[in-house]
Design a protein around this ligand. Structure first.
Ligand code: EPZ
Length: 422
C-alpha cells in the first residue's frame, strides 16, 4: 500500500487547478442509462471512484470510453444486456445505488445490491427506495439486493423527503424524467451537484424546474436524447486546497474556483482571518503572518457548511489561536481523523457528534493512518504545517477523490512525495 510523506516546509505560493466534481460525475454517469443516445461528459475528474462507476456501467452493457487522459467520458447504453448491479462492485462504492432509478425508469426493472455501510456511517438507502415507491415502483429486498419493478413504467408522484438526502434526490430526479406525469420532490437537496445533474438532464430533453431549491418539479417525457455536458467544478477539492495556504501561510490561486460553490465555507475562513479574493482565473487565498483565529463549525446540507470539508477544517483549527467547536450533524461517525491529529500533537476532545479543538502553536509530524477519503486529506493538510515529517498510510482512500494530490501540492512549494509498500 502506498504512503505519502509530507514535511512542513513553510508558506505556499503558486496556482492549483481544480478538477471536475467527483460527486457530480458519479450521478451524471448513471444518467446515460436513461437514454439510448450517447452522453458525453467533459471536465471529468481522473479518480478511482470514476473507474469503479465505469466498471459498473460496463457490467450493465453500457459502453464507456475515456478520451483526453480521462477528462472526457463518452458513454452510450443503447442496449443494456444486464440489469443486475453486483455486490462485488457496489460494496466498493455507495454511489453505485444511483444506477437504480435510471435503470428502473428506462427498462421497468432493476436489481441492485444494497451498498452496505462505510467508515463514516451506516449509510442506509431507505429514502431512495421510498422515493421510487412514491413513483409506483414495486420493491422487494432479497439476499442483500433490491429487486425493483415498474411493469407499466413509473408514474409521477409526490416525494416528501423527511431529511435532506443528496443521493436520494438524485435517484428520484433521474427516475422522474421518464415517469408518466408530474413528480414533485419536496425537501430536495440543493447541492450544486444536483443543479449540475438537472442541467445535464435538461440538455438530454428532460423537463425540470426548481433545482437548487427545496422543491423540484419534473414533467416526465417519453424518451431522452443524448447530450454533451461539462462536469461542474469540485467544491470539496476547491475547499480542501483553499485550506493549504490557510494552514501553511502564503498565497495560492485555485484555478476554476467559484465563490458561489463555497459560500458558507468562505464565511468561516474570513472569520478565521484568511483572505479569499475572486480573480479572473478563480479564487486567491492568502494568510500572512500570525495564526488563524478559532471559529465554530456546524455541518449542514448545502448551502450550509459541507460535511465533506469538516475534517479538513478541523486540521486548520488544530493550529488556530483559541478553541473551536465542530459539530458533525450529517454522519454519525465522521471524526476518525481526530485520533490521528492527536498523534500529531493536536488538542481535541470528541463527545458524540461534537469535537472541541484547542489550537496549539505547532503540530508535530508523525506516522498516521488514513481512514476515509476526507480524513486522509485532512492529515495531509496537517502534515503541511507540522514540524518534521508526517507519513500518511493507506492513501488509496485519497485516490478516490483527489487526482494528482502530490503534483498539485508540490506545484505550490510543498515538500511531499508518494512512496510504495511502506
Ligand atoms: C453524498 O452522499 C456524497 N456522496 C457524500 O460525499 C456527502 O458527504 C453527502 O452526500 C452529504 O453531502 C456522493 O455524492 C457520491 P446523503 P449521500 O444521502 O448521498 C442519511 C465524499 O466524501 N440517509 O445526503 O450518501 C445518511 O445516512 C462523500 O465525497 C438516510 O438515512 O448522502 C446521512 O446521515 C462522503 N437514508 C444523511 O442522510 C437514505 O436513504 C445525508 O446523506 C439516504 C441517506
Amino acid at each position: 500500500m502506498d504512503s505519502i510523506i509530507v514535511t512542513g516546509n513553510g508558506p505556499l505560493k503558486g496556482q492549483i487547478p481544480i478538477a471536475g466534481a467527483k460527486n457530480a460525475c458519479l450521478t451524471l454517469m448513471p444518467a446515460t442509462l436513461l437514454s439510448e443516445e450517447p452522453l458525453t461528459l467533459t471536465n471529468a475528474p481522473r479518480l478511482s471512484d470514476i473507474k469503479t462507476m465505469t466498471t459498473l456501467l460496463q457490467s450493465l452493457g453500457a459502453e464507456v470510453s475515456q478520451l483526453q487522459d480521462g477528462q472526457v467520458l463518452v458513454m452510450s447504453s443503447h442496449a443494456l444486456d444486464n440489469h443486475v448491479a453486483d455486490y462485488d462492485i457496489v460494496r466498493k462504492m455507495r454511489a453505485s445505488i444511483l444506477v437504480l432509478g435510471p435503470m428502473l425508469a428506462r427498462d421497468g426493472h432493476a436489481v441492485v445490491s444494497l451498498p452496505g455501510g462505510c467508515a463514516i456511517g451506516a449509510r442506509p438507502v431507505d429514502l431512495h427506495l421510498k422515493a421510487l415507491e412514491a413513483m409506483g415502483a414495486e420493491l422487494e429486498l432479497k439476499d442483500g439486493y433490491v429487486h425493483a419493478r415498474a411493469p407499466g413504467g413509473l408514474r409521477g408522484g409526490v416525494v416528501d423527503f423527511p431529511i435532506v438526502s443528496v443521493g436520494a434526490t438524485e435517484n428520484a430526479l433521474m427516475a422522474a424524467t421518464l415517469a408518466k406525469g408530474t413528480t414533485v420532490l419536496k425537501n430536495a437537496a440543493r447541492e450544486p451537484e444536483i443543479v449540475d445533474l438537472a442541467q445535464c438532464l435538461r440538455r438530454m430533453g428532460a423537463q425540470i424546474e426548481g433545482e437548487g431549491t427545496h422543491t423540484i418539479t419534473i414533467q416526465g417525457v417519453d424518451r431522452l436524447g443524448g447530450a454533451t455536458h461539462p462536469v461542474v467544478t469540485d467544491r470539496i477539492e476547491l475547499g480542501t486546497y483553499m485550506l493549504a495556504p490557510a494552514i501553511c501561510g502564503g498565497e495560492v490561486e485555485l484555478l476554476g474556483g467559484r465563490i458561489d460553490l463555497v459560500g458558507a465555507f468562505c464565511e468561516k475562513l474570513d472569520a478565521a482571518g484568511v483572505s479569499v479574493e475572486e480573480t479572473a482565473k478563480g479564487l486567491k487565498v492568502s494568510r500572512q503572518n500570525g495564526r488563524v483565529r478559532a471559529v465554530d463549525v456546524v455541518t449542514e446540507p448545502f448551502p450550509g457548511f459541507p460535511t465533506d470539508l469538516q475534517a479538513q477544517m478541523m486540521a486548520l483549527m488544530c493550529t488556530a489561536e483559541g478553541t473551536s467547536v465542530l459539530e458533525e450533524r450529517i454522519f454519525e461517525n465522521r471524526f476518525m481523523h481526530a485520533p490521528e491529529l492527536i498523534r500529531m500533537g493536536a488538542n481535541i476532545e470528541v463527545h458524540g457528534g461534537v469535537a472541541t479543538v484547542t489550537g496549539v502553536d505547532r503540530l508535530k509530524g508523525a506516522p498516521v493512518m488514513a481512514t476515509d477519503l476526507r480524513a486522509s486529506v485532512s492529515l495531509i493538510l496537517a502534515g503541511l504545517a507540522a514540524e518534521g515529517e508526517t507519513i500518511v498510510n493507506r492513501v488509496y482512500h485519497l485516490d478516490r477523490g483527489y487526482e494528482h494530490v502530490v503534483r498539485k501540492l508540490e506545484g505550490v512549494g510543498a515538500k511531499i512525495e508518494r512512496v510504495s509498500d511502506r
